[in-house]
Design a binder for this molecule. Structure first.
Ligand code: NAP
Ligand code: GLV
Length: 326
C-alpha cells in the first residue's frame, strides 16, 4: 500500500516525528524557530495528503490550490483562525486542532499575567535591575488586590473555565460572559452569567479567552475600556485581534484602566518599539500560553494523532469540520 505523503511546516518534537514517520512519508521545514517561507510551503505540498500546520501558517485557498491531493490539515493549536475552514470544507479537506491538552497550562499563564499585572511584578524587577531600589516606603509599587476581587471571564469555554476554577482559591466573586449562559459551568464554578457590558463594569480583573472569528474581532475597543473600572486589570490570552490595540494603549496611558497582561498581539512578533513596551502598567509575554515542555509535546503528538487517524481512515479525535468528508 502507498504510504501517504505528509508535510510538517516546522521541526517538531521527536515524539511526534516518530508517529508521523511510522505512518507516512514525512518531509518538513527544517527549522524549529522560523516559519516556513510562503513560497517554500507552496512549492512543498504539491503531492501531500496530510499537512501539519502551526498558527504562524496562513492556510487559505492559495495553499489549497497548491495541494490538490490534500485531505487533512492538523493544526498544532486549539485556535484555528489561521485557517480558512470554509475553503477547506468546500474542497473536502478535514481540519483538526488540539483542544483540552493545553487548557490548564494556558490557564496557569493567564494567572501569571493577572498576578504580575495587578502586583507590578515586572516593574519591581526592573526597579532592582536599575539600581533604583531605595529604602522601603509605605506606598512603593502598590498594586491592586487579587484575593477577594471580582473576576470576569469573557469566553468561558475550556480555558476560561479553568481560569475561573483557580479564582475559587483566591476567594473571588466569579462571573463570565459567553453568547449564552452555561448552567454546567455555573454549577462547577459558582460563576454568574453577565451580559458583556455588566461584566466589564463590575469586574476588577477581566480575562479574555474567546476564539478569534468575525464576531470577536475588535470586540474590545474604546467603548469597552470606558466601561471598565479605573482599577481594572485586563488580561488577554486569546488572540491579539480581539482587542483594538490603539484603544488599549490609550486606556492604559490615560489611567482609564489600571494595568494589562498580554500574551497575544495583533501582529506577532512585536518588537521593543511597540507602544505597549513604553507603558509601565503593561506586562507582555511572547505568546507562551501553552508553553510548558509537557504541553507543547502533547500538542505535537495530538496533532500527529489527528493527522495519522485521518489519513488511515480511523476515527479522528478532534475534527473541526467533519462535514468536509461527508
Ligand atoms: P473553547 O472551549 O471553544 O472556549 C471558547 C468560549 O468562547 C466558548 O465557551 C464560547 O461560548 C465563547 N464564545 C465564542 N464566541 C463568543 C462571543 N462572540 N462572545 C462571547 N463568548 C464567545 O476554546 P478554548 O479551548 O477555551 O480556547 C479559547 C481560545 O484561546 C482559542 O480559540 C485560542 O485562540 C486561544 N488560546 C490561546 C493560547 C495562548 O497561547 N495564548 C493557548 C490556547 C488557546 P459560547 O459558544 O457559549 O458563546
Ligand atoms: C495557541 O495559541 C493555541 O491556539 O493553541
Amino acid at each position: 500500500m502507498m504510504r501517504p505523503l505528509i508535510y510538517a511546516t516546522r521541526r517538531l518534537p521527536d515524539e511526534a516525528v516518530t508517529m508521523l514517520l511510522a505512518s507516512g512519508e514525512l518531509s518538513s521545514w527544517d527549522s524549529a524557530e522560523q516559519p516556513v517561507p510562503r513560497e517554500q510551503l507552496l512549492a512543498s505540498i504539491g503531492s501531500v495528503e496530510g499537512l501539519l500546520s502551526l498558527i504562524t501558517d496562513r492556510i487559505d485557498s492559495e495553499v489549497l490550490a497548491a495541494a490538490p491531493r490534500l485531505r487533512v490539515i492538523a493544526n498544532m493549536a486549539v485556535g484555528y483562525d489561521n485557517i480558512d475552514v470554509a475553503a477547506c470544507t468546500a474542497r473536502g479537506v478535514l481540519v483538526t486542532n488540539t483542544p483540552n491538552v493545553l487548557t490548564e497550562t494556558t490557564a496557569d499563564l493567564a494567572w501569571a499575567l493577572i498576578l504580575a499585572a495587578a502586583r507590578r511584578i515586572v516593574e519591581g524587577q526592573k526597579l532592582i535591575e536599575s539600581g533604583g531600589w531605595g529604602p522601603w516606603h509605605p506606598m512603593q509599587l502598590v498594586g491592586v488586590d487579587v484575593f477577594g476581587a471580582t473576576l470576569g471571564v469573557v469566553g468561558a469555554g475550556r480555558i476560561g473555565t479553568a481560569v475561573l476554577r483557580r479564582g475559587v482559591g483566591f476567594g473571588m466573586r466569579l462571573s463570565y460572559h459567553n453568547r449564552r449562559p452555561n448552567l454546567e459551568l455555573e454549577a462547577k464554578t459558582g460563576a454568574a452569567y453577565r451580559d458583556l457590558d455588566t461584566l466589564l463594569a463590575e469586574s476588577d480583573i477581566i480575562v479574555v479567552t474567546v476564539p478569534l472569528n468575525a464576531e470577536t474581532r475588535s470586540m474590545f475597543g474604546a467603548r469597552e475600556f470606558a466601561l471598565m473600572k479605573p482599577r481594572a486589570v485586563f488580561v488577554n490570552v486569546a488572540r491579539g485581534a480581539v482587542v483594538r490595540e490603539d484603544a488599549l494603549v490609550e486606556a492604559l496611558r490615560s489611567g482609564q484602566i489600571w494595568a494589562a497582561g498580554l500574551d497575544v498581539f495583533e501582529r506577532e512578533p512585536i518588537g521593543p518599539d511597540h507602544p505597549f513596551l513604553s507603558l509601565p502598567n503593561v506586562v507582555t509575554v511572547p505568546h507562551i500560553g501553552s508553553a510548558s515542555i509537557a504541553t507543547r509535546t502533547r500538542m505535537a503528538t495530538l496533532a500527529a494523532e489527528n493527522l495519522v487517524a485521518a489519513l488511515h481512515g480511523q476515527p479522528v479525535p478532534n475534527p473541526i469540520n467533519p462535514e468536509a468528508w461527508v
